[in-house]
Design a protein around this ligand. Structure first.
Ligand SMILES: Nc1ncnc2c1ncn2[C@@H]1O[C@H](COP(=O)(O)OP(=O)(O)OP(=O)(O)O)[C@@H](O)[C@H]1O
Ligand SMILES: O=C(O)c1ccc[n+]([C@@H]2O[C@H](COP(=O)([O-])O)[C@@H](O)[C@H]2O)c1
Length: 190
């Protein structure tokens, strides 16, 4: 089984994540894609970060009807911040027969060489990169284990969704209806 792992803060999940994950699951050699909710990205400030249980719940709502996708809360019980190499190592030990492929948006590539033990990630795992608008590719694009997937570019971010909510603008179609309702009912990101 070949599993793509899309790590993220998902603060909140939006259609950019969903289209990316579904595209990878259906247009590459991956059998499935798991969305791994990271409690705390080592590089991102936690000021606007919602509690991980809310973020996990929204991801679960968003992918509930899609058999190609799964969600993981594996990092909730691991040390913070969430280092991807540690999670990959843990998952590989737990599922020895699976091949885990790291999926990331192109915006993550310039900082990838600063990730903890990034050489080990590349030594043991393939990396599939999804294009993202405004991203500039760097010298890491020459590394053999990194594959650029040709896919639609979606200019949507969680930052934009949070801004819309703060400005009391509609987020309809930017996130699934169930997620928009959860955000509204719990008055999140206001
Ligand atoms: N529209 C998009 N196109 C391509 N990749 C994306 C897109 N949105 C998110 N990603 C990728 O999904 C992963 C998780 O992203 P994340 O949860 O940080 O969302 P984000 O929209 O980038 O958040 P924020 O705006 O808060 O920084 C990252 O690898 C990121 O590059
Ligand atoms: O392992 C690292 O050193 C590392 C450094 C920066 C980011 N990451 C992970 O990359 C993922 C993408 O981050 P984000 O918040 O942009 O979705 C998230 O799961 C982070 O924990 C991991």
């Amino acid at each position: 089984m070949k599993v793509g792992l899309l790590f993220g803060s998902f603060n909140p999940i939006h259609i950019g994540h969903l289209i990316l994950a579904n595209f990878m699951a259906t247009n590459t050699d991956l059998d499935t894609v798991w969305l791994v909710v990271s409690p705390q990205n080592p590089f991102k400030p936690s000021k606007t970060l919602l509690h991980e249980f809310d973020r996990l719940h929204m991801v679960s709502l968003a992918i509930a009807d899609n058999p190609n996708l799964g969600v993981s809360n594996i990092e909730f019980s691991m040390p913070r911040p969430s280092y991807t190499i540690d999670t990959l190592t843990y998952l590989q030990e737990k599922y020895p027969s699976y091949e885990f492929v790291l999926i990331m948006g192109e915006d993550n590539l310039p900082l990838f060489p600063k990730w903890k033990n990034y050489e080990s990630i590349l030594a043991y795992h393939k990396v599939y990169v999804y294009p993202r608008s405004g991203s500039v590719t760097t010298e890491v694009t020459e590394i053999p284990n990194i594959t650029f997937v040709k896919a639609p570019v979606l200019d949507i971010s969680a930052t934009f969704i949070r801004k819309c909510i703060q400005e009391e603008k509609s987020i309809k179609y930017l996130v699934p209806d169930e997620v928009a309702e959860y955000i509204a009912v719990h008055k999140l990101y206001q």
